[in-house]
Design a protein around this ligand. Structure first.
Ligand SMILES: Cc1cc2nc3c(=O)[nH]c(=O)nc-3n(C[C@H](O)[C@H](O)[C@H](O)COP(=O)(O)OP(=O)(O)OC[C@H]3O[C@@H](n4cnc5c(N)ncnc54)[C@H](O)[C@@H]3O)c2cc1C
Length: 576
């Protein structure tokens, strides 16, 4: 085997929150106690780098700021919030980084529930006579007696099947669910939809997923994980936004990491990796990047990437070659990709307030728009008058395929222009949806000082880089009018969207397939090949999938189990 000099001790591939957090924790641990990571060091100081393929750090956290607002209007095209019960992310944001985190308004009694072409208000979710669904007598009684509301039918069904789950959440709930056997079969072998259908009519199931907002929360994925995930969205859950946008979290970590001597290299897509022998005869990793002839060598490699990104790597070497590491292929198939889609629309005024009496939180519909957040309104600081206003449409699963039909380029592998590992035949990609919505830059009500945020220009760039096709905006506007019961409303003046199904992501989030024990696969996945220094972390194979919490959870397994770090001292022992 050839012998090479190492360029770094540890290389992290992927600058999403999992990757930048892992790199930040490592360099901070080395600063606190230089003996900490001596096993990995080939020189005196830890040499650590993050390689990211796109031109930005943040991955599936993507804050985008539209132009011409008199104060920052930070919109989230990716992740937007955390839940107080998520110990890693809430401790990081609150205890360590001291970032403000306003409470997010979600369910307001006056907000719209537009289902089967009937316009209801949220408070009517407990009125079986108002709901256009043919419920059983038992389900009607449960609503009338206050036993549940229609948006909580899934939780109601779970507690009928598993009364022992009452009052449990997070890790406690999951540990209990791991022990449950139903009809002689362990719970993890049940699909969630199959399970709730035992005690719920299809009508109740349908209104439940439509009114909870996410189709995937009723999907036939692993019942253990789906139930845990579902209880993140119970009516008592408290959601927090990040002041300045969620990108502030990875960007703050990046800043601190670089100040501590770490290197961040963007625009570097890794193509493949293999085994090499390093200068001290230890086993190392050689990484090859697209459009870069010289490989990079390190003592350890951390892949902080989701499922599709791993599939896009060349399937060679001791880890990725399925013939050499069949266990990795088996584990990679333990989760399924799930689509989530966001589109942000800017209007010249919040017409929905006067026409439909809704101002904050979210409205819901079974139209492909699905969830609509009243995201924010510009206020003139002198007169108090309202100006431009922002709506955020948010949908998943089947609805994302509806919106994908309006996308600019044909769908298929390697389709996002951010993924430049493989050249696009761009002259072949133009089709009828390629006409972009023409953004009309209406001036701000009052120019109010400069932006307060040091990352303002990056967030503005995020907005400009994510234009929406015209036909998509037209259809979205039509559906938004319909769900508010109006036939006429001012047209949008600006729009942005991001399709997370595009490569290299291949999905917005992931769910465990039934039949897999996530609690065994998750730790095994963090070091898929015993005698090779390659580690994997990220949301995809975590027990907090769909959340940044999952990225940090698996990052901590890599850090504590494989690099010997202690638990962070800023971690809240008691979850709020
Ligand atoms: C629409 C949407 C809404 C969401 N809502 C929430 C929410 O409200 N709250 C919440 O906590 N979470 C939410 N999530 C989930 C959350 O955003 C993710 O769990 C989290 O951001 C994933 O981070 P990660 O680092 O694990 O992976 P990623 O963010 O996917 O990072 C992977 C990185 O690797 C890079 N990469 C891939 N391949 C290569 C390669 N070959 N070479 C170099 N770089 C590569 C990618 O460019 C990317 O930057 C949401 C996600 C989406 C899409």
């Amino acid at each position: 085997m050839k012998q090479v000099n190492s360029d770094f001790d540890i290389v992290v591939i992927g600058g999403g929150i999992a990757g930048i957090y892992t790199a930040w924790r490592l360099i901070m641990a080395d600063k606190a106690d230089p003996s900490n990571l001596k096993k990995w060091k080939k020189k005196s100081n830890l040499r650590i780098a993050v390689y990211e393929g796109s031109d930005r750090i943040g991955g599936r956290l993507l804050t985008a700021t539209p132009p011409n607002f008199n104060s920052e209007m930070n919109c989230e095209l990716g992740g937007m919030r955390f839940v107080s019960t998520q110990k890693y992310i809430s401790s990081l944001v609150i205890n360590k980084l001291n970032i403000d985190h306003p409470l997010q308004a979600v369910g307001e009694p006056i907000n719209i529930i537009y289902m089967r072409r009937k316009l209801l208000r949220s408070y009517q979710l407990c009125d079986p006579d108002a709901l256009p669904y043919n419920l059983t007598e038992e389900e009607k009684l449960a609503l009338k007696s206050g036993g549940t509301t229609a948006d909580n039918f899934l939780g109601w069904a779970v507690l009928k099947l598993l009364p022992g789950a009452a009052g449990l959440a997070g890790e406690e709930l999951e540990q209990y669910l791991q022990t449950v056997i139903i009809d002689g079969t362990p719970l993890y072998e049940h699909g969630f939809w199959d399970l709730v259908s035992k005690v719920l009519s299809h009508e109740a199931y349908t209104i439940a997923i439509k009114a909870v907002g996410y189709d995937v929360l009723g999907s036939n994925t692993n019942a253990v994980n789906c139930i845990t995930e579902y209880f993140d969205f119970t009516p008592t859950a408290q959601f927090y936004l990040i002041d300045g946008g969620y990108d502030v979290v990875p960007w703050t970590l990046k800043k601190q990491f670089e100040e501590a001597g770490g290197k961040v290299l963007t625009g570097k897509w890794m193509e493949s990796f293999d085994e090499v022998q390093l200068e001290d005869k230890s086993k190392g990793v050689e990484m090859n990047f697209y459009k870069q002839s010289k490989p990079v060598n390190a003592a350890a490699l951390i892949l902080a990437m989701p499922q599709r990104s791993l599939e896009l790597l060349r399937q060679t070497g001791p880890v990725m070659d399925p013939a050499r590491a069949p266990q990795l292929r088996w584990m990679m198939n333990s989760v399924s990709p799930i689509g989530l889609f966001k589109m942000i629309l800017v209007y010249d005024r919040p017409w929905w307030e006067k026409k439909a009496y809704v101002t904050r939180g979210r409205s819901l519909t079974d139209l492909p728009v699905r969830q609509l957040y009243y995201w924010g309104v510009e206020i003139d600081p002198k007169t108090g008058n309202q100006g431009k206003a922002v709506l955020m449409a948010y949908n998943d699963s089947e609805s994302t395929t509806f919106w994908s039909g309006f996308r600019i380029a044909p769908s298929g592998p390697n389709d996002d222009d951010e993924w430049s590992g493989i050249e696009h035949p761009s002259h072949l990609m133009l089709h009828k949806n390629a006409v972009l919505f023409s953004r009309k830059n209406k001036p701000a009500l009052q120019a109010a000082g400069g932006p307060k945020d040091p990352w303002f220009s990056l967030k503005r760039k995020n907005w400009d880089k994510h234009p929406a096709p015209k036909r998509m905006v037209d259809e979205m506007h039509k559906q938004i009018m319909e769900m508010h019961g109006v036939t006429d409303a001012p047209e949008p003046i600006d729009a942005a969207f991001k399709n997370w199904g595009d490569d290299p992501y291949g999905a917005a989030v992931h769910f465990w397939n039934s039949g897999y024990k996530s609690w065994e696969v998750m730790p095994a996945m963090t070091k898929p090949v015993n005698d090779f220094p390659c580690f994997i972390c990220g949301e995809a194979w975590s027990e907090n999938q769909t959340w940044a919490e999952g990225s940090l959870q698996t990052a901590e397994i890599v850090l504590q189990k494989h690099f010997g770090l202690s638990e962070p001292d800023w971690l809240s022992k008691k979850i709020k």
